[in-house]
Design a protein around this ligand. Structure first.
Ligand SMILES: NC(=O)c1ccc[n+]([C@@H]2O[C@H](COP(=O)([O-])OP(=O)(O)OC[C@H]3O[C@@H](n4cnc5c(N)ncnc54)[C@H](OP(=O)(O)O)[C@@H]3O)[C@@H](O)[C@H]2O)c1
Length: 264
């Protein structure tokens, strides 16, 4: 796989998260190229990673062509690549909401397209990416190779499931950031300095997420274990329930799911 030529159309945050993981995992930077209208960014990325800056026509001849522009920029990009894509290429879209059929409508039914829903922890190699494709095994294997260096990879059986994935792991980091933000503000309200509050919250978040992943216990079990009857945690959780936190979070996640459908 490390001889594959990989092109990124759009060299923003998500593209960098993916190609930096690939390079760290040993994929030669000389086999990676980027296309982006922001010249200064291309130059900076070329210097940082020793990759290639390419034209759209050259990029489209790559084994993997990763579309990593904003969803609202995709229609323009697809028009620009009409007639340039090689029949053997694996096309990867990381854009939220844009359906496989939208790519086929513009580029034809013969394209090999894989949709990927990644998330920002890909930047640290701790991403969660869900993939969907109707293309053949070779394209599945290439897409798996592309994403596995930036975190965990799962495949979903239907494209529809990507809406739920978007609502859970795509948008999910922001939900945890919001919770961290609120706990930190409460810590400061109780008189702790910003620096101390942040340290307490960040390390607690890291410890809690490692326990979720590594203890083999469910979230409910872990929560119950640290919630002694009549204790401090119980006092907090009772209020959080009374104030409607579970319903608010559930409604929020469902709203993200709905929004993903609307964007599609
Ligand atoms: N960031 C996330 O957490 C996340 C999570 C899941 C999925 N995604 C998906 O990842 C995609 C990229 O997101 P991002 O956060 O990386 O966005 P971003 O940082 O804005 O990167 C997109 C890049 O594409 C460039 N671009 C625009 N039009 C182009 C064109 N015609 N040809 C080539 N490049 C072009 C943009 O340039 P300009 O700045 O000049 O427009 C920008 O540098 C989105 O579709 C998003 O849905 C992101």
């Amino acid at each position: 796989m490390n001889t594959l030529k990989i092109a990124f159309i759009g060299a923003g945050n998500m593209a960098e998260a993916i190609f930096s993981g690939l390079i760290k995992a040993g994929h030669p930077a000389s086999h990676i190229c980027i296309v982006d209208p922001v010249e200064a960014r291309c130059q900076a990325l070329q210097e940082k990673y020793q990759l290639q800056v390419s034209t759209l026509a050259e990029a489209c001849l790559s084994d993997l062509v990763v579309f990593a522009v904003k969803p609202q920029q995709m229609a323009v990009v697809l028009q620009q690549v009409i007639g340039l894509i090689s029949a053997d290429s694996t096309l990867i879209s990381v854009a939220a909401g844009i359906q496989t059929v939208s790519f086929c409508d513009v580029l034809g039914d013969a394209i090999n397209i894989v949709r990927v829903m990644p998330n920002t922890p890909c930047l640290l190699g701790e991403g969660m990416s869900a993939l969907f494709s109707n293309a053949g095994q070779v394209h599945h294997d290439r897409a798996q190779y592309l994403m596995v260096s930036s975190g965990e990879v799962v495949w979903v059986d239907t494209e529809r499931q990507l809406h739920a994935v978007t609502a859970v792991s795509g948008s999910g980091p922001a939900y945890f950031f919001l919770l961290a933000e609120i706990i930190q503000a409460s810590a400061q309200q109780m008189g702790l300095s910003e620096e101390l509050a942040q340290q307490l919250v960040n390390q607690t978040a890291l410890g809690a997420s490692r326990m979720l992943k590594e203890s083999g216990c469910s979230a409910i079990e872990l929560r119950q274990r640290v919630t002694s009857p009549g204790g401090t945690t119980q006092a907090a959780i009772d209020i959080m329930y009374e104030e409607g936190l579970p319903a608010a979070v559930r409604k929020g996640v469902l709203a993200a799911n709905q929004r993903s459908k609307e964007l599609g």
